[in-house]
Design a binder for this molecule. Structure first.
Ligand code: 4AZ
Length: 285
């Protein structure tokens, strides 16, 4: 029964994402990430690049000196070796970069990208640094629904800055997004009906003026504090900056056990066979 439902969800998402991306005209009032501004230094932020390309295809967060957490959908079908750029703020100034030596994709990640959208990237050597410019972020310890309270959160990335146009910034951008209770999010229709407690919905529910967008995937959703903590990983949404269609994030605190068990790589090369994809009724809401 479950297996029959996945292709339907997948086509629904593709359809709605496409509709979101193609419909209407770009709004002149949403020039950044969607509705954001230039980010301050984010020593835990990393960007993922195909070797030789300046334009990142995803973001990520440094959670140990040589370990990055990102979205599974960013790395599940890599065609080229990946380079990780550390603490990058400005695409014109390439910072320290390193290769990815191994990747762990969450074994319950499903190809539709709806759930368990997380992966660990085990980095090659990282040169010693002061710890001010490049610094891992702590994972927020929270009970499953704590983020549903009104904690100010922000999302950071080099993703698309216009709702309907492939315009990408040269600077790292950030925007504050409001956490949306799961009980509201899973009534928004379409793929949102499948949002679970191990995900966070956040954005600007009423107006859709603040959001993550294409290219922000894998990047961090953090507390908007002086010492931020990592709450989420940019995962998916129905279009970008659409009222009533917030961003959906992987709730990192729900996966701490898996993360701790995989701090040492279990797959030895970025292009090694991917773990088999499991479909378990238990993991369906
Ligand atoms: C993406 O594909 C993506 N508006 C990220 C975030 C959102 C949509 C798409 C949320 O990278």
């Amino acid at each position: 029964m479950i297996l029959n439902r996945w292709p339907r969800i997948f086509s629904l998402i593709s359809l709605l994402t496409l509709a979101g991306a193609c419909g209407g005209s770009p709004s002149p009032s949403t020039p950044q990430i969607i509705g954001g501004k230039r980010s301050l230094a984010a020593p835990y932020f990393v960007s993922l690049h195909y070797a030789g390309s300046e334009q990142p295809f995803c973001g990520g967060s440094l959670i140990e000196k040589d370990l990055v957490i990102t979205a599974a959908h960013c790395v599940v079908s890599l065609a080229h070796p990946v380079e990780v750029w550390l603490a990058m703020k400005d695409l014109d100034n390439k910072p320290q970069s390193t290769a990815v030596e191994a990747i762990d994709i969450h074994p319950l990640y499903t190809p539709d990208g709806v759930h368990n959208d997380l992966a660990l990237l085990h980095l090659g050597p990282v040169a010693p640094h002061s710890g001010r410019r490049i610094k891992p972020i702590e994972i927020a310890a929270e009970s499953p629904h704590a983020a549903d309270k009104a904690i100010p959160l922000k999302v950071i990335g080099f993703g698309q800055t216009a709702r309907n146009e492939a315009i990408f910034p040269a600077h790292l951008m950030s925007v504050e997004v409001d956490p949306i209770p799961g009980s509201t999010c899973d009534t928004l229709g379409g793929p949102y009906d499948f949002v679970r407690a191990d995900q966070i919905c956040a954005g600007d529910l009423a107006k859709g003026k603040r959001d993550a967008c294409y290219g922000d995937s894998g990047g961090p959703l953090v507390t908007a504090d002086k010492v931020p903590q990592l709450f989420g990983i940019v995962s998916w949404g129905v279009g970008c900056g659409v009222a009533g269609k917030p961003g959906v994030y992987t709730r990192v605190s729900s996966f701490v056990k898996w993360i701790n068990e995989h701090k040492k790589p279990s797959i030895s090369a970025p292009h090694a066979a991917l773990p088999s994809l499991l479909y378990e009724d238990d993991f369906f809401p």
